[in-house]
Ligand binder design. Structure first.
Ligand SMILES: [Zn+2]
Length: 400
């Protein structure tokens, strides 16, 4: 049970039941389309007349379309209902310290267009670049109703839309929501990238419908964790929940962007993989210069594929430390599933066994949480940004 929050409640009005039933009907159409009104009535338990009224409203507002009648026997043929995925154009932004990717998607999180550019140094330049990109989307697709913009960020966002913790980006204190809404002219939803990825997994992932407790771990410049409990993102005090990446593993370890030493992300992030590689290949003759500042995770993955033993060892070291942190998450939270996001998932054949073996050795026999990689082709971070807008139209109404 949930305790009623007397600082933030909504009393029921004559509209409340209709609003809830409408949301349930819309979600049933989304999940089970194509379906008839009769099936919608059966699945929802609503009266046929109520279903007809709700469907008429959803069609009038453009959320649902009526498809052609299936060819069947004689008599009145039911017309099938579909979610109108083109109802809303959603701009998705995946902001990372080096590169920003922007996409235009429908309600099904399929991308019609996308582009990327180097992330500018200041929030003002960033907002201007986003506005230019959205203008180009509007030029290419003037027929689309632009509903909103979602942004995945390498940091935490407080309730007011301000960036509160972004050690790999350094735009703390910026009111990014206001800045972007002003620049683009759309409502903007912001969320930590790992939390957005967790939501995307809930709304668009391959998990069972019953999954409500889910953890997403993003391996990128740092290591981010997004927590879903009862299907909702946990934000915590000061919006700081999920910063497992900055749990200290070794007080004498490498200095972290957060100012401390030996944080988990110093051992299990993309930047850590590059450092592992440089340490392991120091002094060897046939490898590329390990001091090369431009080396990135893509190079390490490629070198490992080409048979470089130092790159393979660097990935194995990352995998071991990824497992060390994941074991703590599994023991402490017992989520129904943990999903891993990031470039390294492309090498899951290589790193997965090391990760899973480490987790197994460090957890309890009763800990059976599956740890699964996401498919990089689905662009989890960008899809997460889409989900931030989708959930506003499909999420449970906030009542009592
Ligand atoms: Zn740190």
């Amino acid at each position: 049970m949930r305790k009623i929050d007397l600082t933030n409640f909504h009393v029921a009005t004559s509209e409340t039941a209709r609003h809830i039933n409408r949301r349930i009907a819309l979600n049933i159409v989304r999940r089970f389309q194509p379906l008839s009104r009769a099936e919608l009535a059966r699945r929802s338990g609503l009266q046929r007349s109520t279903v007809s009224a709700i469907v008429a409203q959803l069609i009038a507002e453009g959320w649902v379309t009526e498809g052609a009648s299936p060819v069947s026997g004689r008599g009145r043929r039911p017309r099938f209902l579909h979610l109108n995925v083109e109802r809303a154009g959603i701009v998705a932004v995946d902001l990372r310290p080096g590169t920003t990717r922007v996409g235009l998607a429908g309600l099904d999180a399929r991308f019609l267009m996308q582009t990327e550019w180097p992330t500018p140094a200041t929030p003002g330049e960033f907002a201007a670049e986003v506005a230019r990109t959205v203008a180009s989307f509007r030029d290419s697709h003037p027929e689309i109703v632009y509903e909103g913009m979602g942004v995945s960020l390498p940091g935490r966002i407080d309730g007011a839309g301000r960036l509160v913790f972004a050690p790999n980006l350094h735009w703390e204190g910026m009111d990014l929501r206001q800045l972007l809404e002003k620049a683009v002219g759309l409502p903007v939803a912001l969320e930590n990238a790992a939390s957005a990825c967790a939501l995307a997994e809930l709304w668009f992932g391959r998990q069972a419908d019953t999954v409500r407790h889910l953890v997403a771990v993003t391996v990128s410049e740092g290591v981010g964790v997004g927590l879903l409990v009862n299907g909702q993102v946990v934000h915590g005090r000061g919006a700081m929940a999920g910063e497992f990446g900055h749990i200290t593993l070794d007080e004498d370890g490498p200095t972290c962007a957060c100012g401390k030493k030996g944080c988990w992300e110093q051992y299990a992030s993309n930047l850590a993989a590059v450092r592992h590689y440089k340490e392991l290949s120091r002094g060897s003759s046939h490898d590329p210069d390990p001091a090369d500042a431009r080396l990135g995770i893509g190079d390490i993955l490629r070198l490992a594929d080409e048979g470089c033993p130092h790159a393979a060892a660097a990935l194995a070291r990352l995998a071991h430390y990824l497992g060390v942190g994941l074991a703590s998450l599994v023991i402490g939270l017992a989520p129904e599933v943990v999903v891993v996001v990031g470039e390294v998932t492309a090498a899951w054949d290589r790193i997965g066994p090391v990760v899973l073996d480490t987790v197994k050795r460090r957890t309890l026999p009763a800990n059976t949480t599956p740890i699964v990689p996401t498919d990089p082709a689905t662009q989890p971070r960008l899809r997460g940004a889409v989900t931030l807008v989708v959930q506003q139209h499909f999420g449970a109404p906030n009542v009592a």
